[in-house]
Design a protein around this ligand. Structure first.
Ligand code: NAI
Length: 342
């Protein structure tokens, strides 16, 4: 009898847990470019989320196998695959969050801007479909150059009459993840505690880690600030060179993008304590787009945390002014591209 009651208890506990998972799992997420270097590990990490009920994987090729493989994981979400433009609308219908890592990555010697000609067109086409099929979704843009692809997406959404600046995000989470890692290493801090806001944009000198705002509070020498800032700005190139022609960051990027997806889902689910840095339409500087720390809520950006920009160090003030011309040019290039298209 004792044994039976143990078993019965275990079964009951399992059922309770399963029910909990079932009630939690209620959001649909689409990944566009899901068969790629970022797309595959990102899809795996999203498949592990208890908040996801359906995972829609879209790519122009090779996505069937990725979906079949992932579908065997015994986590709540259902995995569906969609191949090519004729299935894009179905991939997007009813989704709450769309993540876009579609496009070509950098090779050694290339800047993110060198990707513009190919990726701008890909993002434009995908966003047109997003506008037509899930205009209320949170849109996460990973495809580089993010400094330009986000303004492109905004223009396309405007043309379609469905632009909500609170729901369009350039994913800069990897810059924060890198900053946290490098600062923790340098200062011998417990990684889990470290938080460095990163503002500006997502390329070279437009990436501005606010080391003076590091939590927990730490002091850096001028040399440390210089060294850490440059390393965070060039971390992507570190990976591009190490991969020697085989692409750019994919695994750390997938980790960072999954964190941003999970934060978005928590915000959609009513969690009132969700903060992330992200590149959005913004009026905190004289630039129309700018990455800042924001508070996320059910409707997207609930508040921009402007106090990060107060009391900057002299180094940061100068870096902020120095990044503006490049960031402005990238924004204008994106807007011009979107508007010259028929
Ligand atoms: P990848 O080449 O491994 O994968 C890209 C995938 O996109 C491929 O599966 C390809 O078939 C797919 N694709 C191409 N055209 C498409 C279209 N029209 N519709 C749907 N899918 C399409 O490249 P990877 O390494 O996954 O990088 C993807 C993008 O992410 C690149 O633009 C890269 O620069 C960017 N990236 C952004 C980062 C960030 O911090 N925001 C960090 C690292 C990379």
């Amino acid at each position: 009898a004792l044994k039976t009651s143990f078993v019965a208890k275990a079964v009951e506990q399992n059922q309770r847990l399963y029910k909990q998972l079932q009630t939690q799992a209620s959001y649909k997420v689409a990944v566009l470019g899901a068969a790629g270097g970022i797309g595959q590990p990102l899809a795996l990490l999203i498949k592990m989320s208890p908040l996801v009920s359906a995972l829609h994987l879209y790519d122009v090729a090779n996505v069937k196998g990725v979906a079949a493989d992932l579908s065997h994981c015994n986590t709540p979400s259902q995995v569906l695959d969609f191949t090519g433009p004729s299935e894009l609308a179905s991939a997007l219908k009813g989704v709450n969050v769309v993540v876009i890592p579609a496009g070509v990555p950098r090779k050694p010697g290339m800047t993110r801007d060198d990707l513009f000609n190919i990726n701008a067109g890909i993002v434009k086409n995908l966003i047109e479909a997003v506008a037509d099929n899930c205009p209320d979704a949170f849109i996460h843009i990973i495809s580089n150059p993010v400094n330009s692809t986000v303004p492109i997406a905004a223009e396309i959404l405007k043309k379609k009459g469905v632009y909500d600046p609170k729901k369009l995000f350039g994913v800069t989470t990897l810059d924060v993840v890198r900053a946290n890692t490098f600062v923790a290493q340098k200062k011998n801090l417990k990684l889990i505690d470290v938080d460095v806001p990163v503002i500006g944009g997502h390329a070279g000198i437009t990436i501005l880690p606010l080391l003076s705002k590091t939590r927990p509070s730490v002091t850096f020498t001028d040399e440390e600030v210089q060294e850490l800032t440059v390393r965070i700005q060039n971390a992507g190139t570190e990976v591009v060179e190490a991969k020697a022609g085989a692409g750019s960051a994919t695994l750390s990027m997938a980790y960072a993008a999954a964190r941003f997806v999970e934060s978005s889902l928590r915000a959609l689910d009513g969690d009132s304590d969700v903060y992330e840095c992200t590149y959005i339409e913004s009026d905190v500087t004289d630039l129309p787009f700018f990455a800042s720390r924001v508070k996320l809520g059910r409707k997207g950006v609930e508040a921009v945390i402007t106090k990060d920009l107060q009391g900057l160090s002299e180094y940061e003030e100068q870096a902020l002014e120095a990044l503006k011309p490049e960031l402005r040019a990238s924004i204008e290039k994106g807007i011009a591209f979107a508007n010259k298209q028929p």
